[in-house]
Ligand binder design. Structure first.
Ligand code: ARG
Length: 265
């Protein structure tokens, strides 16, 4: 009888210990998981890689080129993470971020309220705006008002698409990339392309004949790096890295490489 009692107590004690150990184990695992999350080793970034001089493929180089590409790699270096960049069509970027397939977007993406409902943005890293490109011999289109009733090409899912839709009687063609928009213009299929100013200027500075950029700016916009809503920690880290790069003069170096040096306004 006594022995049975002792055994019973021992068994109970053993069970209690196993349970506690089990709990402890679970706790450790949880801690490890959240640590792994906060100590991200690779930052998966995507852009729509056809937006020179921000992101583009140079056939002679292995890595994607451009201001955004250099900037995000410098941010990654500052954060101590590896940066992995993939190419996704512009209108697929935010869905990919929301699905958790990528950690961040850098793609000349304008910070605006509509997008803020879906993503977090870093601090602004570039001031931009929209201008239009028309045939050099076009003398009827001088301002955005002149686009009424005209055929205009824009990239799908962009601020250009949203702005042009507001123009009265406009016939809008929404295409996958600005390059395709420019081709449509040079083929005479549309009257104008509305797109981000630095990209229009860069395109023309590369010596494409027969088209010109008009000086009027339809909007003033700022670019930001988009981050998943559930990851404010990453937003903080990206902002801290961006601030450091500005302080160290690294941001200016990257800027000069793509803009000042090429004399693109
Ligand atoms: N800034 C414009 C926007 O956010 C156009 C960006 C297009 N970017 C690109 N990589 N194609 O809507």
């Amino acid at each position: 009888m006594k022995l049975k009692k002792i055994l019973c107590v021992l068994t109970a004690a053993f069970m209690a210990m196993t349970l506690l150990a089990g709990c402890g184990g679970g706790g450790d695992k949880k801690e490890a998981d959240s640590k792994a999350k906060s100590e991200m080793k690779v930052m998966r970034v995507a852009g729509s890689i056809d937006f020179a001089p921000f992101e583009f493929q140079d056939e002679t180089k292995k890595e994607y080129q451009g201001f955004d590409m250099d900037l995000i790699r410098a941010i990654g270096k500052e954060m101590g993470v590896k940066v992995e960049i993939s190419n996704i069509t512009f209108d697929g970027l935010i869905p990919a971020l929301e699905a958790g397939n990528i950690d961040a977007i850098i793609s000349g993406m304008t910070i605006n309220d509509a997008r803020k409902k879906k993503v977090l943005f870093s601090d602004a890293y570039y001031e931009s705006g929209l201008t239009m490109v028309v045939a050099s011999d076009n003398s009827t289109i001088k301002t955005f008002k002149d686009l009424e009733g005209k055929k205009v090409a824009v990239q799908i899912g962009t601020t250009s698409a949203a702005e042009v839709r507001k123009i009265k009687d406009v016939k809008i063609t929404e295409l996958d990339t600005p390059s395709i928009c420019f081709m449509e213009l040079m083929a005479g299929n549309v009257d104008a392309v509305v797109n981000d100013r630095p990209v229009n200027d860069y395109f023309i500075s590369r010596g494409f004949d027969g088209v010109k950029a008009l000086p009027e700016r339809l909007t003033a916009e700022e670019y930001g790096i988009a981050i998943n809503k559930k990851n404010p920690e990453l937003q903080k880290k990206v902002n801290a890295a961006l601030k450091k790069l500005r302080e160290k003069g690294e941001y200016q170096k990257i800027f000069d490489k793509w803009f000042a040096a090429k004399k693109v306004k």
